[in-house]
Structures are given as structure tokens and as C-alpha cells.
Design a protein around this ligand. Structure first.
Ligand SMILES: [Mn+2]
Length: 444
């Protein structure tokens, strides 16, 4: 199989290490990809004592607590590649991760697509590696594909089309006679709920508004309680083009508009995109155990999972509208406050894609214990114009007694509460300089 050869040696080592161990500790990243990776490993390791925990805080101090348990063997999933030198003299273990690796290791079985010339940001995620390992153990494990796809979609590696190792594995699935169907990205119990809780796409004025949606659906003769997939073709087209039109009106980018329609891989009549949204919602509420049980096949947890989804979406959508209401504009950025810290990234990401001015950086602020936490997002377009958010946020925060940093397109900072205005002015100015410097440089 494509992509398998490069991993084979390490997979064989991992298989043997698992056979030899009595007590296995699994530490997985806390998000949808981490939970899915853990669910795959949980399904394929049999007759062993397996203890799984999910990790949000990747600091060495936090990880050390688990290492001190001195288990026979540790498996790190969707995390660990940046901790190799810390781990390698402390434990027996394996890392299956797709984040940029610090280095390979003699002591740790370090499995990362980077070592095989495969991009970890687009072509393989944590679940890809766990799934590939499951196939190495037994080809019949291909039936774990819904869990693999749940992680992949959770990590947004489906955006812009599948590629690399992900694509190879999906092509293999097509040979297995699994039904695929073109359908809407958004999914819920019925068409009303699908639209009601949709944040991908978020449709301002409709998302989160049951009355507005019900009367709109009735006006075009669609039963709000109907399931999208069971609608007549003509009605499917009607609703799809209506969503597209709403997004065009809000000047959403073409790629994003196109992603409202997806190809679903059927799983007992279930949609893997919805599955991924459910797991994501659980993970964001610290309910990874619930998500894991459900993914691993415990249908009795379905009601709880659906409730977690609705709870999460309600809070997120409320925060999105609140952000729209309190948003303030500056020359090169727009900012707003959120009341739930954990939502800051999701709110600014959603608004940047579906609502706000994409010519400006989006900044979400959250006040806590005399401090303000800042979460910033730029667009590819802004980055190409010279914006480096990590650098500008870091410099401004440090000059005001805080700290910050990150990537060019997404970054964070912590600043003292009383310095917020100064920070925003500093950032606005720096962003302006970055854009103008590039303009001047490209003219020369
Ligand atoms: Mn991941």
C-alpha cells in the first residue's frame, strides 16, 4: 500500500512493544483528532490493561506527572513530537504525531509523517497514523474508517480536498464498496436543526434563530422536520443554492462556499461530518471520555453526545452574535470581547471566515484575573501582504509587560488589563507598518 512502506519498521517495533507490555498508558491530545486517534488504538489493542488520558496542557511539568507513574509502555497520540528529548530518557514509549518533530529518537518509537516526506499539516493527522497502524496490524481494520475520518475532519485536513496519505487511504476505501453520497456539510437531526446549529457555515441572521429559519423553510415549501438526504433533488438544490447565496452576499471566499457540499462516507446511515462535529463538541467541553466511548461503538451514549453538541453550539453561537454586537474597528484590525475563554479561537475563526472584514486582522479579548488574554487571526491574504501576527503580537505584548507569540496567521498574547488600549494601538500600528513595508518593498 502507498505510504505504508516508510512506516513499516516502526510499526513492527510498536506492535512488538505492545505485545511485550502489560500495562499501557495512552496520552492523547484533547481535541477531536486526539480523541479519534485514541479510539482507534483502543479498538485495536486487545487483552491489555489500557489507561487513556487526554492532555490539554502540553507543558513538561504536566506531562511529567504521568511519566512518574512509571508504566511499562507509553503511547502518545496527536502530541509528543515536540517533547522527544524530554521523553526519551524517562520512559519506554511511542509517539504517533503529525506536529513538526523536534528530532527522531533511538529510544522512543517516533512515528511522524514528516520523516516520510509527508506533510503533517495537510496530508496526515494523528488519526491517519493510528488508522494506518491499525491496517498494519490487520487489513480488516479498514472498517475503523469513520473514526479516522472523524479525526481528519476535526483537524480540518479535508479543506481544499484530501491530499497525500489521507487521499491514498480514502482511495483504498472506495474499493471497499462503501456508499458515498454528496450531501450538505452541515448535519443535524433534521434540516431545521442543521441550519440552526450551523457554524460552518455561519449564516448571520439565520444561524441560531429557530423562528426565522422555520418561516423561511415553510416559505419555500420545505418541511423543517425533514432530513436533507431524504428531500427531493429539486428541494436539495433549492436549499443548497440558498445557503450559497447567503454566503456570496456576505462576500465569503469561494473555497469556503464550495465546502458547504461534501462527499460523505456512509457509516450505518450516519454522516462522518456530523460525527466529527459531535466529537469536537464533546472535546471542547472536556467530555473526551464520552466521545471516545461513543466513537468506539457505545450507542447507548448517543443522547448524551447529541446533547453535548447542542450545548456547545448554543454557547458558541451566542458568543458569535455577542461579538458582532460589541465589535470595534481600527485601521488594520477589528476586535471584540468574549465571555468564555475557551471559545475565543472558535469565535474569531468563524467570524473571520463568514462575517467580518477579511482585509483586517481579527482579535478576540477575554478578561480574567486582572489580565486580558488575546487571540488573533489573520487571513492568507493578509499574510501574503506582509502580516506576521505572532511577531507583532509578541512585540507589543512584551513592550507592555505581557507576553505573546505564535504563527504568522494565528497568535495569542497575555497582557495586563490596564494596558489593553495601548496594546491595541501598538498592534494596529505594527500591522500597518508590516503591510506598508511590503508594499514599498515590492515597488522597489
Ligand atoms: Mn491533530
Amino acid at each position: 500500500m502507498n505510504g505504508m512502506e516508510c512506516f513499516e519498521n516502526k510499526f513492527e517495533k510498536l506492535k512488538r512493544a505492545i505485545e511485550d507490555a502489560k500495562d499501557i498508558r495512552v496520552l492523547a491530545h484533547y481535541d477531536a483528532d486526539g480523541v479519534s486517534s485514541a479510539a482507534i488504538i483502543f479498538k485495536v489493542i486487545k487483552n491489555k490493561k489500557l489507561h487513556i488520558s487526554f492532555i490539554k496542557d502540553l507543558s513538561r511539568d504536566n506531562i511529567k506527572k504521568f511519566l512518574d507513574e512509571k508504566k511499562d509502555f507509553y503511547i502518545f497520540l496527536d502530541m509528543g513530537s515536540s517533547l522527544i528529548s524530554f521523553l526519551e530518557n524517562k520512559v519506554n514509549g511511542a509517539v504517533l504525531d503529525h506536529h513538526p518533530p523536534e528530532k527522531d529518537s533511538e529510544n522512543i518509537i517516533h512515528i511522524n509523517p514528516y520523516f516520510c516526506g509527508i506533510s503533517g499539516s495537510r496530508d496526515a493527522c494523528g488519526s491517519t497514523l493510528a488508522y494506518l497502524f491499525s491496517l498494519y496490524l490487520d487489513e480488516n481494520n479498514y472498517i475503523l474508517y469513520p473514526i479516522f475520518l472523524t479525526g481528519l475532519i476535526g483537524d480540518k485536513q479535508n479543506l481544499g480536498g484530501y491530499s497525500g496519505l489521507n487521499k491514498d487511504l480514502i482511495e483504498k476505501l472506495r474499493e471497499k464498496n462503501i456508499n458515498t453520497k454528496i450531501t450538505l456539510r452541515i448535519q443535524g437531526k433534521n434540516i431545521l436543526e442543521s441550519l440552526l446549529y450551523s457554524t460552518e457555515p455561519f449564516i448571520e441572521g439565520y444561524t441560531g434563530k429557530p423562528d426565522v429559519l422555520s418561516s423561511y423553510l415553510k416559505s419555500i415549501n420545505i418541511d423543517p422536520q425533514a432530513n436533507f438526504d431524504s428531500l427531493e433533488e429539486e428541494k436539495k438544490i433549492k436549499i443548497t443554492s440558498w445557503i450559497a447565496l447567503q454566503l456570496i452576499k456576505r462576500r465569503v471566499e469561494r473555497d469556503i462556499i464550495e465546502s458547504i457540499v461534501v462527499e460523505n462516507f456512509d457509516y450505518n446511515g450516519f454522516n462522518v461530518f456530523f460525527l466529527s462535529d459531535l466529537v469536537d463538541a464533546c472535546a471542547r467541553q472536556e467530555k473526551q471520555g464520552l466521545a471516545l466511548a461513543y466513537l468506539a461503538g457505545d450507542k447507548s451514549r448517543e443522547q448524551e453526545v447529541l446533547q453535548a453538541f447542542i450545548d456547545h453550539k448554543k454557547v458558541l453561537i451566542e458568543e458569535i452574535y455577542e461579538a458582532i454586537r460589541n465589535k470595534k474597528d481600527m485601521q488594520n484590525l477589528q476586535y471584540f470581547y468574549v465571555s468564555e475563554d475557551s471559545m475565543a479561537g472558535a469565535v474569531s475563526g468563524t467570524l473571520m471566515m463568514y462575517y467580518l472584514d477579511r482585509e483586517k486582522v481579527t482579535v478576540a479579548l477575554h478578561e480574567k484575573d486582572g489580565e486580558v488574554r488575546v487571540s488573533g487571526r489573520a487571513t492568507r491574504h493578509l499574510v501574503s501582504k506582509g502580516v506576521n501576527l505572532g511577531k507583532s503580537m509578541g512585540e507589543c505584548a512584551e513592550s507592555l509587560g505581557g507576553f505573546g507569540g505564535g504563527h504568522d496567521i494565528a497568535a495569542g498574547a497575555n497582557i495586563p488589563k490596564e494596558k489593553v488600549n495601548e496594546f491595541l494601538n501598538c498592534l494596529d500600528l505594527k500591522l500597518g507598518e508590516m503591510i506598508n513595508d511590503t508594499k514599498i518593498a515590492s515597488k522597489v
